[in-house]
Design a protein around this ligand. Sequence first.
Ligand code: UDP
Length: 329
Amino acid sequence: MNILVLGGAGYIGSHAVHQLMDKGYEVVVIDNFQTGHRDALHPKARFYEGDIRSREFMRSVFEKEKIDGILHFAANSLVGESMTEPLKYFDNNVYGTQIVLEMMRDFGVKHIVFSSTAAVYGGQEVMPITEEAIAKPTNTYGETKLTMEKMMGWCEHAFDLKYVSLRYFNVAGARQDGKIGEDHHPETHLIPVIMEAALGKRSEITVFGDDYDTTDGTCIRDYIHVEDLIEAHILALDYLQHGGESNIFNLGSNQGFSVKEIIETVKQATGIDIPVKIGERRAGDPSKLIASATKAKHVLGWNPTKTTIEQIIKDAWNWHRHHPNGFQR
Ligand code: UDP
């Protein structure tokens, strides 16, 4: 089977490509290197460099390749940036998805597994969050992902398309063989930011607010290992290929950790004392996001195996420590 991975040179997309290849899929990758890395590409995947927003480019790939299913990771994903540059998010995320869906319609591709986010939920009272919770994003990033989910829903009405939307909570860790991992410029995600501080690449880590209504006042998030996350995508593809209905699933661990707890765990894993400063709240941050992942386990048969925060941080540290400058040699 030929699977097209959009954004296959990025952090999560490259892990998907490697795991699909491990399982014997034929993989076609599209990436424009906006945030991806050439060295994250799998040498055996067929690669096309270009932008999903270019109709001509996308048409040329779909004309050459017979695609059986799509994994869509090509999007901007930073909460903070989405609040200061909202139109960048509508352009790349929403308009980019429009072109992807046009190609699916025009070339008769029926199945798409979509990278969505817990940010669609916004502030919720009830934890853990189930898929039935009413989505009310508190940031532009979440709003664009919710819009993309709705676009797929309306396209399903109009033409024969089935989708699975996977709402990720906080993805971290790296491939266990250490070949690929997380490398953003600039880095903004909590775990890699702490690791940059551990490596002396930044002088301290700033906690974005300690006056939230949580146990220690810092935000609580649910962390999931990137390899477990990708397993769910492969199961979702399988589910669609076997006639599964369009569906939405949370991917998380049912457990939350505060920013301070994550900093402590990284300190322990690295044995390095990291200077910590308390700063202002970051715009758009909900105080608490914890997933109920029961539905993905029941319907997809998802069985995450790297579920402890220590394991996630260990694999992330293994990558960062051996690649202090990321993919840059
Ligand atoms: N965070 C922080 N300092 C940092 C980076 C992140 O305090 O340098 C906090 C952030 O405000 C949020 C949590 O860590 O509460 C996770 O943020 P991240 O950007 O990793 O993921 P998000 O939850 O925004 O997808």
